[in-house]
Design a protein around this ligand. Structure first.
Ligand code: NOJ
Ligand code: CA
Length: 601
C-alpha cells in the first residue's frame, strides 16, 4: 500500500527521480528492517495478540556481528495518546483511535510507535503520574483494546514501544497510599521520607523541576517526601531492592504482551545523594520565581547505570529496545548511557541536538560530530511533547513549510535512528494557551506567563479540515491549532508539494537506500555557514545530501574525489527544487531547499 501511494506521487511528478537505482544490495536491508525480529520464547507462547504475524517477522537472520538490530533501521513515531485520535468522541484520544490510524502510519513509513503513558492515572501530569503500571486508564480503553492495538500493529510490521515511568509514581498508587499511612508501613521505604531540617524547613534546598520545593510535608507522619516533579509524583526509592524488583516485573508484564521496548522516562533522576547535600545555587531566577540551581546531588548519579544494566538484561531476552530520556549536557554523559560494554541503553535520546534552536549548519555539524564520537548508535529527534514544536522553533514565520522540509531532509537522512513526533509530518504548529485560565498543564499555571506549560505542543492531530480537525466529534481537551484548515492529513495527501508528501518520499527513500540506512556520515564543505552537506557512503555508492538552510540562493561546489567518487554528476533521488540536475561541481540552491542524489564509485 505504501508503495502504491509512492508510485501515485511519482506519477503526479512532484520532483525528479524516484529511488529506483537505490535498491537494496545488502541482505540486511532487503526487507523492511522492522520485520526482522524473532520473538522471545515468552512472546511466542503469547495469546491471540501474537497470531497475526507477517511471514517476514518469522525470518530473522542468524545473529552475526554485521546483522543490524531492528531498531537501527526503524523510524520511530511518538504518539501522545490524548491527542492522536478520539474513537469514542469524548474529546480525548484513546487506544482504539490509535488502532484506527495504523494504516496511515504504515503508509507514512513508520516502523515503531512510542506511546506516552496510558496507564491508570489521576492525570495530574497527563499520564506521567501512574497509579497502576499493569493496566489501562479507562479514558484510553482497556487491556483488550491494547491487545487489539498490539495485534493490528504487528500485522502492519509496526512495533509498539511503551513509556515506563521509573522515577516516581502517582500519589494515588497503592504503594504510596500505603507508604504514607504510617512510618512502619510495608511500603514506607519505597519512597524517600525525611525529617525537616527544623520547624517548617524541608530537609534541604532541592527544587522541583516544575516549581517550588522538591519536598512536601505530610502531617500524617510528620515527615517530608521527595518529588523531583509535581508533589503528586513522589519519587521512588531506588536504593530499596523491592522497588527495582517491582519495576522489573512491570517490564515482563508488557514484554509478555508483545511490546518491543520502552522509552524510559526521566532516567537521570532515579537516584539522589543519600546524605542530602544542598545543591549549588546559580545566579538568577526561573519562571517559577525559584533560584536557578545546579542539580548536582539529585541528577545523573552513577547508581543509575546498574539499574539500566538490569533492565537491559531483560530487554535483550525479548530483542526489545530501550530508549532513554537522557538529558545529557556533554558527550561523556551520553557515552555512559550506552554503557561501557554497550550494555545499557540502545537509544539514549540526545537533546543537545534538539537544543540547536536555529538553522545553523555549523551547530548541527558540531552536534552530529559529537554524537558520532560517543561510539554508540545515534538517535535524532527535533521535537516531542515537552518541547515547542519544531515547526515554530526552526521556522522564521515566512517559510515555515520549506523549513519543515529542510529539517526533515536533515534528521531523517543522518546515520542513526530518528524519532518523529506526531503531527510534525504535516507541519503542526504550537498552539499555546492565550490566557492563564485556559492552561491545562499545571506547570504552565505556575510559570505563567514566562512558562506557558506544554499544552501548545500537545494539541489534537489534524486529520482533515472539518470540525475539530477530524480528531473528535466533541470539543477536544485542547484546542486545535489555527492552521488545521491548510495543514492536515487529508489536504496534504492531495498536494504533491505538501510537507506530508515530502515525508512520504523521504521515508520511502530511507527504507530503500542502503547508504541511508547503513552508510557512514561524511561531512562536506564544513566551513559553509549556510549549506549543510554530507555524504552517506556505503560500499560503492553514496547519497549526497545538500540542504540550504538560508533564505538566500546559494552556490555550492563538490569535489568528491577524496571520498573516492570521481563522477561530476549525481543521480537525483529527491529534491524540493524544480528543474534541478545533479551537476555537483557547481550547484545553485534555492532558499531553504533540499537536494539528495546518488553517486557511484
Ligand atoms: C518527562 C516527560 O517527558 C514529561 O512529560 C513528564 O512531565 C516528566 N518526565 C515527569 O514524568
Ligand atoms: Ca476518547
Amino acid at each position: 500500500m505504501r508503495k502504491l501511494i509512492f508510485v501515485l506521487f511519482l506519477l503526479v511528478g512532484i520532483c525528479a527521480c524516484p529511488a529506483a537505482g537505490a535498491q537494496s544490495e545488502s541482505p540486511t536491508t532487503q526487507s523492511k528492517p522492522s520485520a526482522m525480529q524473532s520473538k522471545s520464547p515468552a512472546t511466542q507462547s503469547k495469546s491471540s495478540t501474537m497470531k497475526a504475524k507477517s511471514s517476514a517477522t518469522q525470518s530473522k537472520p542468524a545473529a552475526t556481528a554485521d546483522v543490524r538490530h531492528w531498531w537501527q533501521n526503524a523510524v520511530f513515531y511518538e504518539i501522545y495518546p490524548r491527542s492522536f485520535a478520539d474513537s469514542n468522541n469524548d474529546g480525548i484520544g484513546d487506544l482504539n483511535g490509535i488502532t484506527s490510524k495504523l494504516d496511515y502510519l504504515h503508509e507514512l513509513g513508520v516502523d515503531a510507535i512510542w506511546i506516552t503513558p496510558f496507564f491508570p492515572s489521576p492525570q495530574v501530569d497527563f499520564g506521567y503520574d501512574v497509579s497502576d503500571y499493569e493496566n489501562i486508564d479507562p479514558i484510553y480503553g482497556s487491556l483488550a483494546d491494547f491487545n487489539q492495538l498490539q495485534a493490528a500493529a504487528q500485522q502492519r510490521d509496526i512495533r509498539v514501544v511503551l513509556d515506563l515511568v521509573l522515577n516516581h509514581t502517582s500519589d494515588q498508587h497503592q504503594w504510596f497510599i500505603d507508604s504514607r499511612s504510617s512510618r512502619n508501613s510495608k511500603h514506607r521505604d519505597w519512597y524517600i521520607w525525611r525529617d525537616g531540617k527544623g520547624p517548617n524547613q524541608p530537609p534541604n534546598d532541592w527544587l522541583s523541576l516544575f516549581g517550588g520545593p522538591a519536598w512536601t510535608f505530610d502531617p500524617k507522619t510528620n515527615q517530608y517526601y521527595y518529588h523531583f516533579f509535581y508533589p503528586q509524583q513522589p519519587d521512588l526509592n531506588w536504593r530499596n531492592p523491592a522497588v527495582k524488583d517491582a519495576m522489573f516485573d512491570v517490564t515482563h508484564f508488557w514484554y509478555d504482551r508483545g511490546v518491543a521496548g520502552f522509552r524510559l522516562d526521566a532516567v537521570d533522576t532515579l537516584f539522589e545523594d543519600p546524605k542530602l547535600h544542598d545543591n549549588p545555587i546559580l545566579p538568577g531566577k526561573n519562571a517559577f520565581g525559584d533560584a536557578n540551581m545546579e542539580d548536582q546531588y539529585n541528577r545523573n548519579l552513577p547508581e543509575i547505570h546498574e539499574v539500566l544494566k538490569g533492565l537491559r538484561k531483560i530487554a535483550d531476552k525479548y530483542d526489545a529496545v530501550l530508549i532513554g530520556e537522557t538529558w545529557t549536557t556533554n558527550i561523556d554523559q551520553l557515552k555512559n548511557y550506552y554503557g561501557a560494554n554497550k550494555d545499557e541503553l540502545e537509544l539514549p535520546m540526545d537533546f543537545m541536538f534538539t537544543m540547536v534552536d536555529k538553522l545553523s549548519p555549523t551547530e548541527f555539524r558540531k552536534q552530529i560530530a559529537a554524537l558520532n564520537s560517543a561510539g554508540g548508535w545515534p538517535v535524532y529527534l527535533i521535537g516531542n511533547h515537552d518541547i515547542e514544536r519544531s515547526y515554530n522553533r526552526y521556522g522564521d514565520g515566512k517559510h515555515n513549510d520549506a523549513i519543515a522540509k529542510v529539517m526533515a531532509g536533515m534528521y531523517l537522512t543522518l546515520r542513526g535512528t530518528p524519532i518523529m513526533y506526531y503531527g510534525e509530518e504535516i507541519g503542526m504548529q504550537n498552539n499555546d494557551p492565550k490566557t492563564k485560565a485556559e492552561v491545562k498543564d499545571p506547570k504552565g499555571k505556575l510559570g505563567w506567563p514566562q512558562d506557558k506549560g506544554r499544552d501548545g505542543e500537545r494539541t489534537p492531530m489534524q486529520w482533515n479540515d472539518k470540525v475539530n480537525a477530524g480528531f473528535s466529534k466533541t470539543r477536544p481537551w485542547l484546542p486545535v491549532a489555527d492552521n488545521y484548515r491548510t495543514h492536515n492529513v487529508a489536504s496534504e495527501l492531495k498536494d504533491p508539494n505538501s510537507i506530508l508528501v515530502f515525508y512520504h518520499r523521504l521515508l520511502e527513500l530511507r527504507h530503500t537506500t542502503p547508504a541511508l540506512l547503513e552508510g557512514d556520515y561524511v561531512a562536506l564543505n564544513e566551513t559553509d555557514p549556510n549549506v549543510m552537506s554530507y555524504l552517506r557512503s556505503y560500499k560503492d555508492k553514496a547519497v549526497l545530501v545538500v540542504i540550504n538552510m538560508s533564505a538566500e540562493p546559494q552556490q555550492v561546489r563538490f569535489d568528491l574525489a577524496p571520498q573516492g567518487f570521481s563522477a561530476s554528476e549525481a543521480k537525483t533521488l529527491l529534491t524540493t527544487m524544480s528543474g534541478m540536475t545533479g551537476q555537483i561541481r557547481e550547484m545553485t540552491l534555492e532558499p531553504f531547499s533540499v537536494y539528495m542524489g546518488e553517486v557511484s564509485r
